[in-house]
Design a protein around this ligand. Structure first.
Ligand SMILES: [Fe+2]
Ligand SMILES: [Fe+2]
Length: 313
């Protein structure tokens, strides 16, 4: 079984956007774009990542959020069309990032759910585990693997990018781990936000998952095998007890080829109920190539309150 994992596509498309849609937090997002983000995150890198993954004959694709830059309709429609060119909806697990809930207006309109899942609050996935009136958690059963999707994204004030799952979602996750169809499978949980503080600049104090300790304890008790996430655009590989935690980086970054934040994605090789290896692919000279293959047994063991430095390369 091969499961591909991409994150932080940051698809930009301002077509059809009204000037009134920028009279909010998008003012700062727009400034970031002008400051270079649009050149750093490119559609060519995303396309090449999907082409490369398709050529590897992966069974399933997990997308851990920040599909868009500004949560605009044109961005959601454009990136979904590209994803569907390579994977049907049933072969993807997609969870939102903070950029997909960028403004209160986009969250209130439930734009991510409507344009990515087809309908807000609709039953998705293969088992009835969603909380009433929401789309989360949901599960995809892929052979011996269960992929559980969570939403850690909420609209936040300017310059704050923290996430929260909330009590209801964490309780639903506890029930999901006890479900016989999930319990008997290799369990992957997908969310956007990172779980360990990375503080290289003062602003990075406000980027991680608020309720990470409760989440990690539920994952450990539920014998979750693998947590996959994005958000920090880093490449990290960690363990919390027996739970493997893997961050792919941003697949849209097409600069900084020697930098830790060069574009990356992961492919997880699972045999039976065991994660055998993690392939990491890196974008360099206009195309993705296999960068390294790691064994989860070698991942760094950490606790939930550690401050950790970037481990990329
Ligand atoms: Fe991001
Ligand atoms: Fe993010």
């Amino acid at each position: 079984m091969k499961i591909a994992h991409i994150s932080d596509l940051h698809w930009l498309d301002l077509s059809g956007a009204s000037p009134f849609e920028f009279l909010n937090k998008r003012l700062t997002g727009g400034f970031n774009l002008l400051a270079g983000r649009a050149r750093k995150h490119t559609k060519d890198a995303v396309r090449n990542a999907l082409e490369t993954i398709a050529a590897q004959h992966c069974d399933h694709l997990i997308v851990t959020g920040d599909l868009t830059n500004l949560a605009l309709s044109g961005e959601f429609l454009g990136v979904k069309k590209l994803l569907n060119a390579y994977f049907d909806d049933e072969r993807m697990t997609i969870v939102p990032g903070n950029h997909d809930f960028y403004t209160r207006e986009s969250a209130h309109a439930r734009r991510f759910e409507t344009l990515i899942y087809g309908k807000a609050g609709a039953r998705i996935g293969d088992l009835d585990i969603q909380n009433e009136g929401t789309s989360w958690p949901f599960v995809r059963l892929v052979g011996d693997v269960a992929v559980i999707g969570l939403n850690s994204a909420q609209p936040r004030p300017w310059f704050v990018a923290t996430g929260r799952l909330g009590t209801a979602q964490i309780e639903a996750l506890t029930r999901a781990f006890a479900h016989p169809e999930i319990q008997s499978r290799f369990k992957i949980v997908a969310l956007h936000h990172h779980l360990f503080q990375v503080v290289r600049t003062p602003g990075e104090c406000w980027r991680h998952l608020d309720d990470r300790k409760a989440f990690l304890d539920v994952c450990a008790q539920g014998k979750c095998d693998l947590i996959v996430h994005g958000h920090n655009h880093d490449f990290t590989q960690k363990r919390y007890g027996d739970v493997v935690i893997s961050e792919a980086g941003s697949c849209s970054v097409s600069r900084f080829e020697r930098d830790p934040r060069a574009g990356k994605f992961n492919i997880y090789e699972i045999v039976g109920h065991k994660l055998m290896a993690v392939q990491t692919w890196r974008y360099a000279s206009g195309a993705y190539a296999l960068w390294k293959t790691t064994s989860p047994g070698a991942f760094e063991c950490v606790g939930p309150d550690v401050h950790t430095e970037n481990s990329g390369g």
